[in-house]
Design a protein around this ligand. Structure first.
Ligand code: ADP
Ligand code: MG
Length: 689
């Protein structure tokens, strides 16, 4: 089938009207291709129902139960609640439904159903909120099947997505293959069409894994091909901004209260060599959280300024950009640095402030421009942009880095990332960049102390936080959600803030931070946390990137089992950044063995590279859709750890293909070329580099 069908708007699908199309748009789904790559986030499996005595708290279970006793109906504010008990010979479960008042009359004591849902243990009782209810024969028909569960937005039901995907699969028919046959045979990969069907509607877990592998290979191969095509260009670019070493940078290093670590020195030497060499710099600094990448960026920008050029530093969030700006200003002041004149440019500035920033930039009065992607907006005219630094590189797309570099001509590029990727993989995945690794934390830091605990530990944790605050320190508490949602047993920032306020003495100032706040509000909160006016910050993962408040010594993560290991590592990296002993409390609310084992990895190591490797070791090949750390690199199904073999194979395949056919002109590469062509480069919107 022709690729044009893939590019068709989903509104042309049967059963999708304007309203549904709008909802899909919110999920980033516009075309049939978007829909086909809108992968399920999980699958429901229907196992043999368990007896009550075998239920596990924190897991989704099915259980055959008979309704006993009365069906109670009550109202709490606007919420109608139907609750009853149901039992088998081994025990009882309390079952609750919200906003389904009709159940009160349709359910009868004495009838038996299979209930399937999340089980929680509350005191001596098991509970199930909103379980799905099946008659025995209904459930029997589902047993052994896997039903997709899609990410949803309000108003969009799982069934609506299933229907739409089904339609799209039928309309598109067989999708044209772009991977040469010999590769498919060698790697035992299934066809593209089969893979797309099976990822949505797998017949069993084995077939699902085959589909996932095939689609992962697609992602890797296209990614590497694109990289190789980019690299061909960048390696040969002549350095038109050759730079001398700066005596001011040396003087700063002499006066800093600390000595650079050996790894920092070596990265800094790499950069100095690049800046003075014949070719333009294209370098990635990979350094674990807290390894001190910011000072390396500052030295680079200082050298650039001292040579009479402009440099820019782009951060993924306003909060982080503002923090960099403040810390640069502080260093400039404290160490009397003359050449560096920074300006902050983010979306949070007023129109007037922005105009002033634009003027300073275009006239060259500012020579160190720090900001968010506001830096790449059309209105910004740089005078002589020579260096572009991106912090937390993995948060940006290829396009953004290119766009910023495109603001000058042949600018040097320095990308910084804390995603721990083993070197062999990094060389492939960051193929167009040279790599420096900062694999050492500054000396004198006390290793963070970790503990993984259950919910009954909460009171102790609050007491501990209180003690730390009374000793002058500060704390973070992370919750997965912003406000009360449909997910049961998952903490949210708003309610948690209230809860903490009532659990801690009044003198302790508890505030919250989350992604729905206005930029200015977020900045204000972060500022006052940095100034120690706030003692405890309850936050979503918005604080995950780069925030540096060395006085904060406690990181408590609620529902820790819901986060990926690398994300947990990033969150933990917000503490242990200063001289004080720091602590990380992982609160596990699940009884699943896997969760306990995974969290134990965090317990044992503070080393991002080790965590990534250990995570890979523990996850057997049977783990589908495990924690996708490489999601940060923009792969939807590919997991660079789990599928490390495929990453390597795809890199070799890409090289072979390009060696034989550098411009992809052979007939067997026609579709591949089409996909890689800028016109349909949508694919690369989410590949980040
Ligand atoms: P990251 O690599 O996570 O971006 P930062 O650059 O924010 O880390 O550095 C974390 C903290 O470590 C900062 O407070 C910084 O001043 C400090 N720091 C950086 N390098 C050193 C060093 N060599 N010795 C001691 N402290 C350092
Ligand atoms: Mg940083």
């Amino acid at each position: 089938m022709d690729r044009r069908f893939l590019e068709e708007n989903i509104i042309n699908l049967k059963g999708i009207g304007e309203k549904t199309a709008k909802l899909f748009e919110k999920c980033g789904v516009f075309t049939c291709e978007d829909l086909l790559t809108y992968y399920p986030r999980a699958y429901d499996t229907f196992d043999t129902p368990l007896a009550v005595c075998d239920l596990k708290s924190g897991l989704v279970c099915a259980c055959k139960l008979t309704i006993v006793g009365n069906i109670a109906r009550r109202h709490v504010r606007k919420l109608s609640i139907v609750a009853f008990e149901a039992a088998d010979q081994t025990g009882k479960v309390k079952i609750t439904y919200f906003n389904a008042p009709y159940l009160a009359s349709s359910l009868k004591p004495g009838t038996t159903y299979i209930f399937r849902g999340m089980v929680q243990k509350k005191g001596s009782f098991f509970t199930m909120d909103q379980p799905k209810m099946y008659k025995s024969e209904e459930y029997a028909a589902l047993m052994g099947t896997m039903q997709p569960r899609y990410p949803l937005v309000k108003g969009l039901t799982n069934n609506a997505v299933i229907k739409a995907v089904n339609q799209a699969i039928m309309n598109v028919g067989a999708i044209e293959e772009f991977v040469p046959d010999d590769i498919l045979k060698r790697l035992e990969l299934i066809s593209f069409s089969d893979a797309v069907r099976e990822i949505h509607f797998p017949q069993n877990s084995e077939k699902l894994e085959k589909a996932r592998r095939r689609l992962a290979y697609n992602e890797f191969l296209l990614f590497v091909l694109k990289l190789r095509l980019l690299k061909q260009n960048s390696d040969e670019i002549i350095n038109t901004f050759p730079m001398d070493e700066s005596s001011e940078a040396d003087a700063l290093l002499d006066r800093l209260p600390y000595k650079l670590t050996n790894a920092q020195i070596s990265a800094w030497n790499d950069i100095k060599n690049d800046l003075g060499s014949k070719h333009v710099m294209n370098r990635l600094i990979q350094g674990d959280v807290g390894s001190g990448k910011t000072i390396v960026a500052l030295l680079t920008l200082l050298t650039c300024a001292a040579n009479g050029y402009q440099g820019a530093l782009m951060a993924p969030t306003e909060v982080l950009a503002a923090q960099h700006y403040e810390s640069f200003k502080e260093i400039i002041e404290n160490y009397e640095i003359k050449s560096l004149r920074p300006v902050l440019l983010t979306g949070a500035l007023t129109a007037k402030e922005k105009r002033e920033a634009y003027r300073l930039i275009s006239e060259g009065e500012a020579n160190c421009i720090i900001g968010t992607n506001a830096l790449i907006q059309e209105k910004v005219n740089y005078k002589n942009l020579a260096v572009v630094v991106t912090d937390e590189q993995h948060r940006f797309g290829v396009r953004q880095r290119e766009a910023l570099a495109g603001k000058g001509e042949n600018t040097h590029v320095l990308a910084m990332s804390a995603t721990p990727i083993p070197r062999t993989l990094a060389i492939i995945l960051y193929g167009d960049l040279h790599i420096s690794i900062i694999n050492e934390l500054p000396g004198g830091r006390l290793p963070i102390k970790n503990c993984v605990v259950g919910t009954d530990y909460r009171p102790k944790a609050y007491k501990f936080i209180q003690n730390q605050i009374e000793a002058g320190r500060q704390a973070y508490v992370i919750c997965p959600m912003i406000e009360e949602g449909e997910l049961d047993g998952v903490e949210n920032v708003m309610d948690y803030t209230e809860k903490l306020r009532s659990n801690l003495p009044q003198s302790i100032n508890v505030e919250m931070l989350h992604g729905k706040m206005k930029p200015a509000q977020k900045d204000a909160i972060m500022d006052s946390f940095a100034r120690k006016e706030i003692d405890v910050l309850v936050s979503t993962t918005v604080i995950e990137v780069g925030i540096n408040v060395p006085n904060a010594t406690v990181m408590m993560i609620e529902n820790a089992e819901r986060f990926g290991l690398s994300q947990l590592h990033q969150l933990r990296g917000r503490v242990g950044r200063g001289e004080h002993q720091s602590y990380c409390i992982f609160l596990n609310t699940s009884e699943s063995k896997d969760a306990i084992q995974r969290l134990d990895i965090m317990n044992k190591s503070n080393d991002g590279f080790k965590i990534a490797e250990e995570d890979l070791r523990q996850r057997g090949p049977g783990d589908l859709f495990g924690v996708r750390q490489s999601g940060e690199l923009g792969f939807k199904v590919g997991d660079i750890y789990h599928d490390a073999d495929l990453v390597k194979e795809s890199a070799m395949d890409a090289d072979r293909i390009l060696a034989m056919d550098p411009d992809l002109l052979l007939p067997q590469h026609r579709v591949m070329k089409q996909i890689l062509a800028p016109k349909s480069a949508n694919f690369f919107d989410f590949t980040t580099l």
